[in-house]
Design a protein around this ligand. Structure first.
Ligand SMILES: *Cc1c(COP(=O)(O)O)cnc(C)c1O
Length: 395
């Protein structure tokens, strides 16, 4: 029997293959240093856990409204006002099972078959597949390391066609850690308004930002761009709550209603207990978060300096998130440990097998001359992992 052509066209997560191999080696007792983590390595703060336990004891364990509780929506509106200077009402907010789910809802709500979505590369692996799931066509807009992994508005304008429906902005970015400045965002916003194109703004790393930079939401410039923007955010990265699965969107009411309708049939409401926990995160003290950010900044400094001190590899300084894109172009074409390195997959494989270091090949992010290292792991691990990489490259 023939299966869905659309479902068959969806690639599995490219990070999975190497991750599975690393896990198997670990299970076999091999000491692996992992740079693959896509989540903070800190525990969820105590006051957040306490709120979840209270929710269970209070019997807050039943269905909630499909798009989330009014209380949490209000807390999210307060957050947008405080952090981003944005005025939203609960009717603008949809709470989902993680920001990933929010993104899927967003593309479902705005795309018709054949509509194009511009995705800047290097990109987070899921965007193109999410667009395909919603019958859209991903259009990849490349940017180089020399450009700071950012596209110019000129380039963006050239990529726009009559079918362009939306542009994805992810600042700070996974995998590059780069952030767009206010001027850059304003130029993108002006173009989107003049061409009437939606912006899907993934701001999940908003709180993980260093070097005195401040996060700016593209929706905050004027009412026109606000109306065209679907902001996606969540508690996974900011509050170290990846397993709790709470993400949310802010958009115009019409889009929010459609997303809520779609979600009501797909998953009903996000977990009631996790909604209480997320609310405690948003309304609670920020000291734990500030500690986390300070620690990430320290690790990033070490990693960037160390990578640039090793022959054959280099990286630019990322200002946000917890990833470094390591340039391996000088290694490509060469032979290491008897294996010719033809691209990022080869490099990741050889490094895992011969040096017992796991990292993520850039191929899945749209760049084959880079690999992604996460610094959501202890400074000790980072030192040891980079020692191993250095020894391997010196051999
Ligand atoms: C982690 C991540 C998400 C999704 O996070 P959830 O755990 O689903 O809330 C979304 N976008 C990017 C770029 C991410 O790295």
């Amino acid at each position: 029997m023939e299966l869905s052509k659309k479902a068959l066209s969806i690639s599995p997560s490219s990070t999975l293959a190497i991750d599975a191999k690393a896990k198997k080696m670990k299970a076999d007792g091999i000491d692996i240093i992992g740079f693959g983590a896509g989540e903070p390595d800190f525990d969820t703060p105590e006051h957040i856990k306490a709120a979840a336990i209270k929710a269970i004891n209070d019997g807050f364990t039943k269905y909630t409204p499909a798009s989330g509780t009014l209380e949490l929506k209000q807390a999210i509106c307060n957050k947008f006002k405080k952090d981003n200077g944005l005025d939203y009402k609960p009717a603008n907010i949809v709470i989902s099972n993680g920001a990933k789910h929010s993104l899927v809802n967003a593309f479902q709500a705005i795309l018709n078959p054949g509509d194009e979505v511009i995705i800047p590369a290097p990109f987070w692996v899921s965007y193109p597949e999410m667009v395909k799931i919603a019958d859209g066509v991903p259009v990849i807009l490349n940017s180089t390391e020399e450009e700071g992994f950012k596209f110019s508005v000129d380039k963006l304008e050239k990529a726009i066609t009559a079918k362009t429906k939306a542009i994805v902005i992810n600042s700070p970015s996974n995998p590059t850690g780069m952030i767009y400045t206010e001027d850059e965002l304003r130029a993108i916003a002006d173009l989107a308004v003049s061409k009437e194109i939606f912006i899907v703004s993934d701001e999940i790393y908003e709180k993980l930002i260093y070097d005195g930079y401040k996060h700016i939401s593209i929706a905050s410039f004027n009412d026109k761009i606000k109306d065209l923007t679907i902001i996606v955010n969540g508690v996974s990265k900011s509050y170290s709550m990846t397993g709790w699965r709470i993400g949310y969107t802010a958009s115009n009411e019409k889009i929010a209603t459609i997303m809520g309708n779609v979600q009501s049939h797909a998953t009903s409401n996000p977990n009631s207990i996790a909604q209480k926990a997320a609310q405690a995160g948003l309304e609670g003290p920020e000291d734990v978060m500030n500690m986390m950010v300070a620690e990430f900044a320290k690790r990033r400094d070490y990693m960037v300096e160390r990578i640039n001190s090793i022959d054959g590899i280099s990286c630019i300084n990322p200002n946000g998130a917890f990833y470094v894109m390591m340039n391996i172009s000088k290694i490509i074409g060469k032979e290491f440990a008897g294996v010719k390195i033809n691209g990022s997959d080869d490099f990741a494989n050889v490094l895992l097998e011969k040096a017992n270091v796991a990292l993520v090949p850039g191929s899945g992010f749209g760049t084959d001359i880079h690999v992604r290292l996460s610094y959501a792991t202890s400074l000790e691990n980072i030192k040891e992992g980079l020692n191993r990489i250095e020894n391997f490259l010196n051999k």
